[in-house]
Design a protein around this ligand. Structure first.
Ligand code: SAM
Ligand code: SF4
Length: 410
């Protein structure tokens, strides 16, 4: 997880600058609900999540009281977002992520969406996603989710190969992925599967097996991430001790290209570096709003938010979150983005999209790099450049960071 800056202190009542509220009006608005619980901690993961044993009897921090906390934070969000006298923004997308949201069960996930609906107007065709562990998904679960208003399920598949799953500490039975996806499809939920490549010990053939297994399920959407070995994780320690080999950049590049070949061959188109969809509607609209600089309120421990150029983030521990909510805002700190930060984000996120980055968004310092990046085969030439959009070639997708630095004149 990227390290957040220290930021400025956040006001106790959570209020936002008037300019941020007015910048929010007319833009897209989303809600992210963070579920900070997992049954076990996977060795590679540094997300803000806690096992139930770790939490012990932490007051107010349990699964059982999560929805109450969400309701309290949403009350605060409505107060803050209507402080200018306007109506609460219409919610275009909701994403329940974790952690392991499916640990809550369908009833609590339904209740959480209910508390959103009581406070905000939903866009007529809103997208509502929850992440799920395949072991916790059956038809009763997906039918209840669909009835509650969910439209999309994101299944953490990661790999179809037992030794790879074991290295990742994934405890789910790979056969349950098939059951989970079928259950979601029979409830008319759109389905996404998450895969990870580059796990130590994973061969190219293993990775092919995983991508082919995912494709056999005909999901609407596939995310394929290169494994990052995050400092402070058990996997990082095992790699540092030499117990496991560090994945090489060449291996990751070969796996990215193989995934892109297999996915494209099966009719999926990339629309962001690590994301492919079978149709335009199959894209994750929620993530697209993040990448487009949309506005969102992140509810829950450690969740972060962006409203009209102000970024703020909550205290991480579920107990601290619950305690702060009892008397005000759970935000730990915030920062008002500078014009330079806005430009950097726009370049960094925009260049990862298939639609590309409008040339106008490139700062003066990076404009002269464009011709060289096209000549080096990292950016498409005509017709993209003629349309004043900078689009990564496939080689460019493998070297997206280098392209970003070039465009920022670094
Ligand atoms: C944090 S998880 C939450 C969903 C669910 N708990 C799960 O694990 O499937 C969301 C996704 O992030 C990705 N992820 C987590 N840690 C990662 C890492 N170190 N490197 C690459 N991807 C990672 C995984 O693909 C995972 O499905
Ligand atoms: S289940 Fe997901 S969120 Fe939980 S520890 Fe594993 S990867 Fe992280």
């Amino acid at each position: 997880m990227p390290q957040l800056p220290d930021g400025d202190p956040a006001p106790h009542d959570g209020r936002l600058p008037a300019a941020s509220l007015s910048a929010m009006r007319g833009g897209t608005f989303s809600l992210y609900l963070h579920v900070p619980y997992c049954s076990v901690r996977c060795g590679y993961c540094d997300f803000n999540t806690y096992t139930l044993t770790e939490l012990g009897d932490a007051t107010g921090a349990s699964l059982a009281t999560w929805v109450d906390g969400v309701a309290a934070e949403l009350d605060l969000a409505v107060d803050v977002l209507t402080a200018d006298g306007g109506a609460p923004p219409v919610v275009d997308t909701v994403f329940v992520g974790g952690g392991t949201p499916s640990l809550l069960g369908a009833d609590d996930l339904g209740r959480a969406l209910g508390v959103v609906r009581q406070r905000f107007e939903a866009a007529p065709d809103w997208e509502v996603t929850t992440e799920a562990n395949p072991d916790q998904v059956d038809e009763a679960f997906t039918t209840a989710l669909a009835r509650a208003g969910y439209t999309r399920l994101s299944v953490g598949m990661q790999s179809a190969v037992p030794h790879v799953l074991a290295t990742l500490d994934r405890t789910h039975d790979p056969r349950n992925v098939e059951r989970a996806v079928a259950a979601a499809q029979s409830a008319d939920l759109a389905v996404s599967v998450d895969l990870i490549h580059g796990t130590p010990g994973e061969s190219l053939a293993d990775w092919r097996t995983s991508v082919e297994a995912a494709l056999a399920l005909r999901p609407d959407h596939v995310s394929a991430y290169a494994l990052t070995i995050e400092e402070g994780t058990a996997l990082h320690r095992r790699v540092a001790r030499g117990e496991l080999p560090r994945p090489s950049e060449d291996d990751q590049a070969d796996k990215y290209e193989l995934a892109d070949d297999l996915l494209t061959g099966a009719g999926y188109a990339w629309y962001e570096l690590s994301n492919w969809a079978r149709t335009e509607r199959g894209r994750c609209r929620h993530n697209e709003h993040y990448w487009d600089g949309g506005h969102w309120w992140g509810v829950g421990p450690g969740a972060h938010s962006h409203v009209g150029g102000t970024r703020f983030w909550n205290v991480k521990h579920p107990r601290a979150w619950a305690q702060r909510l009892a008397s005000g805002s759970p935000a730990e700190a915030r920062e008002v983005l500078t014009p330079e930060q806005v430009t950097e984000e726009r370049v960094m996120l925009g260049i990862r999209r298939r639609e590309g980055l409008p040339v106008e968004d490139v700062p003066d310092a990076g404009r002269q790099a464009v011709a060289g990046l096209v000549a080096a085969g990292l950016l498409e030439g005509v017709p993209a450049v003629r349309d004043r959009r900078l689009v990564l070639t496939r080689r460019g997708r493998l070297l997206a960071d280098r392209v970003t630095w070039g465009l920022l004149g670094l």
